[in-house]
Design a protein around this ligand. Structure first.
Ligand code: ZN
Length: 409
Protein backbone atom coordinates (compact mmCIF):
# COMPACT_ATOMS: atom_id res chain seq x y z
CA UNK A 1 0.00 0.00 0.00
CA UNK A 2 1.33 3.45 -0.88
CA UNK A 3 2.17 5.44 2.19
CA UNK A 4 0.43 8.75 2.86
CA UNK A 5 3.31 10.89 4.15
CA UNK A 6 1.32 14.03 4.93
CA UNK A 7 -2.25 14.02 6.16
CA UNK A 8 -4.58 16.98 6.56
CA UNK A 9 -7.71 17.30 8.67
CA UNK A 10 -9.97 19.84 6.97
CA UNK A 11 -11.67 20.61 10.29
CA UNK A 12 -8.32 21.69 11.77
CA UNK A 13 -6.55 24.98 11.07
CA UNK A 14 -3.52 24.49 8.80
CA UNK A 15 -1.55 26.54 11.34
CA UNK A 16 -1.97 23.59 13.75
CA UNK A 17 -0.52 21.13 11.23
CA UNK A 18 3.29 21.21 11.28
CA UNK A 19 3.57 19.41 7.92
CA UNK A 20 2.24 22.62 6.33
CA UNK A 21 4.02 25.90 5.56
CA UNK A 22 3.07 29.11 3.73
CA UNK A 23 6.44 30.72 2.99
CA UNK A 24 9.58 29.63 1.11
CA UNK A 25 12.75 29.40 3.20
CA UNK A 26 15.70 26.96 3.18
CA UNK A 27 15.48 26.45 6.97
CA UNK A 28 12.00 24.92 6.93
CA UNK A 29 12.61 21.35 8.20
CA UNK A 30 11.77 18.32 6.09
CA UNK A 31 8.63 16.58 7.35
CA UNK A 32 9.46 13.22 5.75
CA UNK A 33 12.23 11.63 3.71
CA UNK A 34 11.86 9.37 0.68
CA UNK A 35 14.29 7.44 -1.50
CA UNK A 36 14.67 7.92 -5.24
CA UNK A 37 12.26 5.53 -6.95
CA UNK A 38 9.74 5.71 -4.10
CA UNK A 39 6.13 6.68 -4.60
CA UNK A 40 4.01 8.28 -1.90
CA UNK A 41 0.84 10.29 -1.29
CA UNK A 42 0.58 13.82 0.07
CA UNK A 43 -2.66 15.40 1.20
CA UNK A 44 -3.22 19.14 0.75
CA UNK A 45 -5.47 21.87 2.05
CA UNK A 46 -6.99 24.17 -0.53
CA UNK A 47 -4.73 27.19 -0.99
CA UNK A 48 -6.69 29.28 1.56
CA UNK A 49 -6.67 26.54 4.20
CA UNK A 50 -10.46 26.23 4.19
CA UNK A 51 -11.28 29.93 4.44
CA UNK A 52 -13.64 29.90 1.44
CA UNK A 53 -16.89 28.11 2.21
CA UNK A 54 -19.48 26.23 0.15
CA UNK A 55 -22.30 28.75 0.43
CA UNK A 56 -24.04 31.49 -1.56
CA UNK A 57 -22.16 34.50 -0.23
CA UNK A 58 -18.91 36.07 -1.45
CA UNK A 59 -18.08 37.85 1.80
CA UNK A 60 -15.32 35.29 2.47
CA UNK A 61 -13.68 36.09 -0.88
CA UNK A 62 -13.96 39.80 -0.09
CA UNK A 63 -12.63 39.57 3.46
CA UNK A 64 -9.84 36.99 3.22
CA UNK A 65 -6.44 37.95 4.60
CA UNK A 66 -4.28 37.09 1.60
CA UNK A 67 -1.10 37.09 3.66
CA UNK A 68 -2.07 33.59 4.89
CA UNK A 69 -1.70 31.87 1.51
CA UNK A 70 -0.64 29.43 0.10
CA UNK A 71 -0.81 26.52 2.54
CA UNK A 72 1.66 23.98 1.15
CA UNK A 73 2.30 20.40 2.21
CA UNK A 74 5.95 19.56 2.82
CA UNK A 75 8.81 19.91 2.41
CA UNK A 76 9.58 16.28 1.58
CA UNK A 77 13.28 15.37 1.57
CA UNK A 78 14.77 13.08 -1.07
CA UNK A 79 17.77 10.96 -0.07
CA UNK A 80 20.89 11.82 -2.04
CA UNK A 81 19.49 15.00 -3.62
CA UNK A 82 22.10 17.76 -3.85
CA UNK A 83 22.16 21.30 -5.22
CA UNK A 84 22.46 21.21 -9.01
CA UNK A 85 20.50 17.97 -9.39
CA UNK A 86 17.18 17.70 -11.15
CA UNK A 87 14.35 16.18 -9.14
CA UNK A 88 12.16 14.15 -11.48
CA UNK A 89 8.60 14.10 -10.17
CA UNK A 90 5.91 11.90 -11.68
CA UNK A 91 2.33 12.93 -10.92
CA UNK A 92 0.94 9.39 -10.70
CA UNK A 93 -2.55 10.55 -9.77
CA UNK A 94 -4.39 13.46 -8.16
CA UNK A 95 -7.87 13.62 -6.67
CA UNK A 96 -10.42 15.40 -4.53
CA UNK A 97 -11.44 13.97 -1.17
CA UNK A 98 -14.70 11.97 -1.48
CA UNK A 99 -16.01 13.76 1.62
CA UNK A 100 -15.28 17.18 0.10
CA UNK A 101 -16.41 16.90 -3.53
CA UNK A 102 -16.59 20.59 -4.36
CA UNK A 103 -14.35 23.53 -5.18
CA UNK A 104 -14.52 27.29 -5.55
CA UNK A 105 -13.75 29.99 -8.05
CA UNK A 106 -13.98 33.71 -7.52
CA UNK A 107 -12.69 37.18 -8.15
CA UNK A 108 -11.07 39.19 -5.40
CA UNK A 109 -12.07 42.75 -4.74
CA UNK A 110 -9.74 45.18 -6.47
CA UNK A 111 -8.94 46.45 -2.97
CA UNK A 112 -7.92 42.98 -1.76
CA UNK A 113 -6.06 40.95 -4.35
CA UNK A 114 -7.63 41.97 -7.64
CA UNK A 115 -7.24 39.76 -10.70
CA UNK A 116 -6.55 39.86 -14.42
CA UNK A 117 -9.76 41.81 -15.21
CA UNK A 118 -10.05 43.63 -11.88
CA UNK A 119 -10.81 46.98 -13.57
CA UNK A 120 -13.95 45.37 -15.01
CA UNK A 121 -14.79 43.21 -11.97
CA UNK A 122 -13.75 45.31 -8.96
CA UNK A 123 -16.05 43.54 -6.44
CA UNK A 124 -15.65 40.13 -4.85
CA UNK A 125 -17.70 37.34 -6.43
CA UNK A 126 -17.75 33.58 -6.07
CA UNK A 127 -18.94 30.42 -7.80
CA UNK A 128 -19.09 26.98 -6.22
CA UNK A 129 -18.39 23.93 -8.38
CA UNK A 130 -19.66 20.44 -7.50
CA UNK A 131 -17.69 17.40 -8.56
CA UNK A 132 -19.47 14.43 -10.11
CA UNK A 133 -16.59 11.98 -10.37
CA UNK A 134 -14.38 13.44 -13.06
CA UNK A 135 -16.94 16.07 -14.12
CA UNK A 136 -17.94 19.39 -12.60
CA UNK A 137 -20.81 21.87 -12.78
CA UNK A 138 -21.89 24.92 -10.80
CA UNK A 139 -25.21 26.09 -9.39
CA UNK A 140 -23.90 29.64 -9.95
CA UNK A 141 -22.91 29.15 -13.60
CA UNK A 142 -25.56 27.15 -15.50
CA UNK A 143 -25.19 25.60 -18.93
CA UNK A 144 -21.69 24.16 -18.60
CA UNK A 145 -20.37 20.78 -17.52
CA UNK A 146 -16.84 19.65 -18.14
CA UNK A 147 -14.22 17.07 -17.25
CA UNK A 148 -11.55 18.03 -14.74
CA UNK A 149 -7.92 18.52 -15.70
CA UNK A 150 -6.68 18.07 -12.15
CA UNK A 151 -3.31 19.60 -11.31
CA UNK A 152 -1.37 21.28 -8.51
CA UNK A 153 -1.19 25.03 -9.06
CA UNK A 154 1.90 25.21 -6.89
CA UNK A 155 4.85 22.80 -6.57
CA UNK A 156 8.59 23.21 -6.27
CA UNK A 157 11.72 22.71 -4.16
CA UNK A 158 13.07 24.92 -1.37
CA UNK A 159 15.34 27.78 -2.45
CA UNK A 160 18.83 28.14 -1.02
CA UNK A 161 19.85 31.30 0.86
CA UNK A 162 21.30 32.95 -2.23
CA UNK A 163 18.22 32.36 -4.37
CA UNK A 164 15.91 33.54 -1.57
CA UNK A 165 17.94 36.76 -1.25
CA UNK A 166 17.69 37.27 -5.01
CA UNK A 167 13.91 36.93 -4.87
CA UNK A 168 13.50 39.30 -1.95
CA UNK A 169 15.82 41.89 -3.43
CA UNK A 170 14.20 42.05 -6.84
CA UNK A 171 10.61 41.93 -5.54
CA UNK A 172 11.05 44.55 -2.81
CA UNK A 173 12.80 46.65 -5.46
CA UNK A 174 9.74 46.40 -7.67
CA UNK A 175 7.40 47.29 -4.78
CA UNK A 176 9.53 50.36 -4.05
CA UNK A 177 8.74 51.76 -7.50
CA UNK A 178 5.08 52.21 -6.45
CA UNK A 179 4.60 51.18 -2.81
CA UNK A 180 1.00 52.33 -2.46
CA UNK A 181 -0.37 50.68 -5.59
CA UNK A 182 -3.69 48.79 -5.24
CA UNK A 183 -3.42 45.88 -5.87
CA UNK A 184 0.29 45.81 -4.95
CA UNK A 185 3.04 45.14 -7.48
CA UNK A 186 4.32 42.22 -5.37
CA UNK A 187 4.15 40.91 -1.79
CA UNK A 188 7.04 41.47 0.59
CA UNK A 189 7.86 39.02 3.42
CA UNK A 190 5.25 39.30 6.18
CA UNK A 191 6.14 37.45 9.37
CA UNK A 192 2.86 37.98 11.26
CA UNK A 193 0.98 35.25 9.38
CA UNK A 194 3.96 33.08 8.41
CA UNK A 195 3.61 29.34 9.01
CA UNK A 196 7.11 27.90 8.94
CA UNK A 197 6.25 24.23 9.41
CA UNK A 198 8.34 22.64 12.15
CA UNK A 199 10.55 25.66 12.77
CA UNK A 200 10.07 26.96 16.30
CA UNK A 201 11.15 29.86 18.49
CA UNK A 202 13.91 32.22 17.38
CA UNK A 203 14.73 30.11 14.33
CA UNK A 204 11.14 30.48 13.22
CA UNK A 205 11.03 34.23 13.82
CA UNK A 206 14.24 34.77 11.94
CA UNK A 207 13.19 32.68 8.94
CA UNK A 208 9.71 34.22 8.88
CA UNK A 209 11.24 37.69 8.58
CA UNK A 210 12.68 36.82 5.16
CA UNK A 211 10.50 33.90 4.05
CA UNK A 212 9.35 34.50 0.50
CA UNK A 213 5.66 34.75 -0.19
CA UNK A 214 4.19 31.99 -2.30
CA UNK A 215 2.19 33.92 -4.89
CA UNK A 216 4.58 34.27 -7.83
CA UNK A 217 6.09 31.56 -9.98
CA UNK A 218 9.87 31.71 -9.69
CA UNK A 219 12.98 29.83 -10.87
CA UNK A 220 12.07 26.79 -8.78
CA UNK A 221 8.59 26.55 -10.24
CA UNK A 222 6.32 27.50 -7.36
CA UNK A 223 2.93 28.99 -8.16
CA UNK A 224 3.04 28.46 -11.93
CA UNK A 225 -0.67 27.57 -12.28
CA UNK A 226 -0.03 25.56 -15.42
CA UNK A 227 -3.14 23.51 -16.12
CA UNK A 228 -1.11 20.99 -18.14
CA UNK A 229 0.91 19.98 -15.06
CA UNK A 230 -1.88 17.46 -14.63
CA UNK A 231 -2.03 13.90 -13.37
CA UNK A 232 0.24 11.84 -15.57
CA UNK A 233 2.75 14.66 -16.09
CA UNK A 234 6.48 14.37 -15.31
CA UNK A 235 8.26 17.48 -14.06
CA UNK A 236 12.00 18.13 -13.73
CA UNK A 237 12.67 20.54 -10.85
CA UNK A 238 15.95 22.31 -10.06
CA UNK A 239 17.39 21.32 -6.65
CA UNK A 240 19.00 24.05 -4.51
CA UNK A 241 19.36 22.53 -1.02
CA UNK A 242 20.53 19.11 0.21
CA UNK A 243 17.49 16.81 0.20
CA UNK A 244 15.65 19.02 -2.35
CA UNK A 245 12.66 19.76 -0.10
CA UNK A 246 9.64 19.30 -2.36
CA UNK A 247 6.42 21.07 -1.36
CA UNK A 248 3.05 21.06 -3.10
CA UNK A 249 -0.38 22.61 -2.74
CA UNK A 250 -3.02 24.77 -4.41
CA UNK A 251 -4.74 21.80 -6.07
CA UNK A 252 -7.07 22.67 -8.93
CA UNK A 253 -9.89 20.50 -10.26
CA UNK A 254 -9.74 22.47 -13.49
CA UNK A 255 -8.44 25.80 -14.77
CA UNK A 256 -8.31 27.88 -17.93
CA UNK A 257 -4.94 29.09 -19.18
CA UNK A 258 -3.83 32.12 -17.20
CA UNK A 259 -5.96 31.36 -14.11
CA UNK A 260 -7.32 34.81 -14.91
CA UNK A 261 -9.87 34.92 -12.09
CA UNK A 262 -7.07 34.58 -9.45
CA UNK A 263 -9.40 33.19 -6.73
CA UNK A 264 -8.56 31.09 -8.53
CA UNK A 265 -9.11 28.05 -10.77
CA UNK A 266 -11.53 25.52 -9.29
CA UNK A 267 -9.73 25.42 -5.95
CA UNK A 268 -9.92 22.33 -3.79
CA UNK A 269 -8.23 20.33 -1.06
CA UNK A 270 -7.21 16.80 -2.04
CA UNK A 271 -4.37 14.35 -2.49
CA UNK A 272 -1.53 13.84 -4.91
CA UNK A 273 0.33 10.57 -5.55
CA UNK A 274 3.94 11.27 -6.51
CA UNK A 275 7.06 9.35 -7.45
CA UNK A 276 10.55 10.88 -7.38
CA UNK A 277 13.86 10.17 -9.12
CA UNK A 278 17.08 12.16 -9.44
CA UNK A 279 19.24 13.26 -12.35
CA UNK A 280 22.57 13.97 -10.71
CA UNK A 281 24.04 17.29 -11.87
CA UNK A 282 21.05 17.64 -14.18
CA UNK A 283 20.80 21.44 -14.01
CA UNK A 284 24.22 21.91 -15.66
CA UNK A 285 23.88 18.86 -17.93
CA UNK A 286 20.73 20.25 -19.53
CA UNK A 287 21.18 23.98 -19.00
CA UNK A 288 18.11 24.16 -16.73
CA UNK A 289 17.18 27.40 -14.97
CA UNK A 290 13.41 26.90 -14.65
CA UNK A 291 11.55 23.56 -14.46
CA UNK A 292 10.73 21.63 -17.62
CA UNK A 293 8.00 19.05 -17.91
CA UNK A 294 6.34 16.36 -20.02
CA UNK A 295 2.54 16.52 -20.29
CA UNK A 296 0.21 13.70 -19.32
CA UNK A 297 -0.89 11.00 -21.75
CA UNK A 298 -4.48 11.75 -20.77
CA UNK A 299 -6.48 14.96 -20.91
CA UNK A 300 -10.09 15.97 -21.55
CA UNK A 301 -10.76 15.32 -25.21
CA UNK A 302 -12.27 18.66 -26.25
CA UNK A 303 -11.37 19.20 -29.88
CA UNK A 304 -13.74 21.93 -31.05
CA UNK A 305 -13.10 25.53 -30.05
CA UNK A 306 -14.40 29.00 -30.72
CA UNK A 307 -11.27 31.15 -30.73
CA UNK A 308 -11.21 34.82 -29.78
CA UNK A 309 -8.43 37.11 -30.95
CA UNK A 310 -7.06 40.06 -29.02
CA UNK A 311 -4.47 42.67 -29.97
CA UNK A 312 -2.36 45.02 -27.92
CA UNK A 313 -4.79 47.93 -28.15
CA UNK A 314 -6.47 48.38 -24.78
CA UNK A 315 -10.11 49.02 -23.83
CA UNK A 316 -9.68 52.79 -24.16
CA UNK A 317 -8.23 52.45 -27.64
CA UNK A 318 -4.68 53.19 -26.54
CA UNK A 319 -1.92 51.61 -28.60
CA UNK A 320 0.58 49.42 -26.72
CA UNK A 321 3.80 48.06 -28.18
CA UNK A 322 3.73 44.26 -28.57
CA UNK A 323 2.17 43.88 -25.12
CA UNK A 324 0.96 40.27 -24.82
CA UNK A 325 -0.71 40.98 -21.48
CA UNK A 326 -2.92 43.64 -23.08
CA UNK A 327 -3.62 41.38 -26.06
CA UNK A 328 -4.71 38.42 -23.91
CA UNK A 329 -6.92 40.71 -21.84
CA UNK A 330 -8.67 41.84 -25.01
CA UNK A 331 -9.17 38.24 -26.14
CA UNK A 332 -10.75 37.44 -22.75
CA UNK A 333 -12.98 40.52 -22.82
CA UNK A 334 -14.07 39.66 -26.36
CA UNK A 335 -15.03 36.15 -25.23
CA UNK A 336 -17.00 37.55 -22.27
CA UNK A 337 -18.90 39.99 -24.48
CA UNK A 338 -19.79 37.16 -26.85
CA UNK A 339 -20.93 34.81 -24.07
CA UNK A 340 -23.21 37.51 -22.62
CA UNK A 341 -25.30 37.16 -25.80
CA UNK A 342 -26.23 33.66 -24.61
CA UNK A 343 -27.69 34.83 -21.31
CA UNK A 344 -24.60 34.79 -19.11
CA UNK A 345 -23.76 37.65 -16.81
CA UNK A 346 -20.29 39.05 -17.41
CA UNK A 347 -19.25 37.47 -14.10
CA UNK A 348 -20.45 34.02 -15.12
CA UNK A 349 -18.59 34.28 -18.41
CA UNK A 350 -15.43 35.40 -16.57
CA UNK A 351 -15.81 32.46 -14.19
CA UNK A 352 -16.04 30.03 -17.13
CA UNK A 353 -12.80 31.44 -18.56
CA UNK A 354 -11.09 30.90 -15.21
CA UNK A 355 -12.34 27.36 -14.64
CA UNK A 356 -12.99 25.50 -17.89
CA UNK A 357 -10.19 23.91 -19.98
CA UNK A 358 -9.77 27.13 -21.95
CA UNK A 359 -6.54 27.51 -23.89
CA UNK A 360 -4.59 30.75 -24.17
CA UNK A 361 -2.02 31.17 -26.92
CA UNK A 362 0.55 33.80 -27.71
CA UNK A 363 -0.09 33.85 -31.42
CA UNK A 364 2.10 36.69 -32.72
CA UNK A 365 4.78 38.85 -31.07
CA UNK A 366 6.64 40.42 -34.00
CA UNK A 367 4.07 42.29 -36.07
CA UNK A 368 4.67 45.82 -34.81
CA UNK A 369 2.98 47.45 -33.03
CA UNK A 370 0.46 44.73 -32.12
CA UNK A 371 1.01 41.38 -30.53
CA UNK A 372 -1.86 38.93 -30.99
CA UNK A 373 -3.15 36.58 -28.31
CA UNK A 374 -5.94 34.05 -28.71
CA UNK A 375 -8.36 32.55 -26.22
CA UNK A 376 -9.68 29.10 -27.15
CA UNK A 377 -13.14 28.42 -25.73
CA UNK A 378 -14.11 24.71 -25.89
CA UNK A 379 -17.62 24.58 -27.40
CA UNK A 380 -18.41 21.06 -26.18
CA UNK A 381 -18.60 22.09 -22.51
CA UNK A 382 -21.87 23.98 -23.17
CA UNK A 383 -25.23 22.23 -23.15
CA UNK A 384 -26.37 24.49 -26.03
CA UNK A 385 -24.84 25.52 -29.35
CA UNK A 386 -22.56 28.48 -28.70
CA UNK A 387 -21.36 28.83 -32.29
CA UNK A 388 -22.30 31.89 -34.38
CA UNK A 389 -24.92 31.40 -37.09
CA UNK A 390 -27.20 33.31 -39.44
CA UNK A 391 -30.11 33.26 -36.95
CA UNK A 392 -28.18 34.92 -34.15
CA UNK A 393 -27.65 33.63 -30.61
CA UNK A 394 -30.99 31.83 -30.17
CA UNK A 395 -30.01 29.30 -27.47
CA UNK A 396 -28.23 29.89 -24.24
CA UNK A 397 -29.13 29.79 -20.60
CA UNK A 398 -32.54 30.81 -19.38
CA UNK A 399 -31.95 33.20 -16.50
CA UNK A 400 -31.41 31.48 -13.16
CA UNK A 401 -29.21 32.61 -10.32
CA UNK A 402 -26.10 34.72 -10.80
CA UNK A 403 -22.87 34.45 -8.86
CA UNK A 404 -23.04 35.92 -5.35
CA UNK A 405 -21.38 39.34 -5.05
CA UNK A 406 -20.05 41.02 -1.91
CA UNK A 407 -19.88 44.82 -2.26
CA UNK A 408 -16.85 46.53 -0.77
CA UNK A 409 -17.53 47.83 2.72
ZN1 ZN B 1 -5.01 27.98 -7.14
Amino acid sequence: MTETLIKVDLSQSPYENDSIHNRWHPDIPMVATVKPGQDFIIECYDWTGGFIKNNDSATDVRDIDLSIVHFLSGPVGVEGAEPGDLLVVDFLDIGAFPHNAWGFNGFFSKKNGGGFLTEHFPQAQKSIWDFHGMFTSSRHVPGVNFAGLIHPGLIGCLPDVKLLETWNKRETGLIATNPTRVPPLANAPFPATAHMGRLKGDAKASAAATGARTVPPREHGGNCDIKDLSRGARVFFPVYVPGAGLSVGDLHFSQGDGEITFCGAIEMPGWIHLKVELIKGGMAKYGIKNPIFKPSVIKPNYTDYLIFEGISVDESGEQHYLDVNVAYRQACLNAIEYMKRFGYSAAQAYSILGTAPVQGHISGVVDIPNSCATLWLPTEIFDFDINPGADGPSGGIKGGVDMPLAPDL
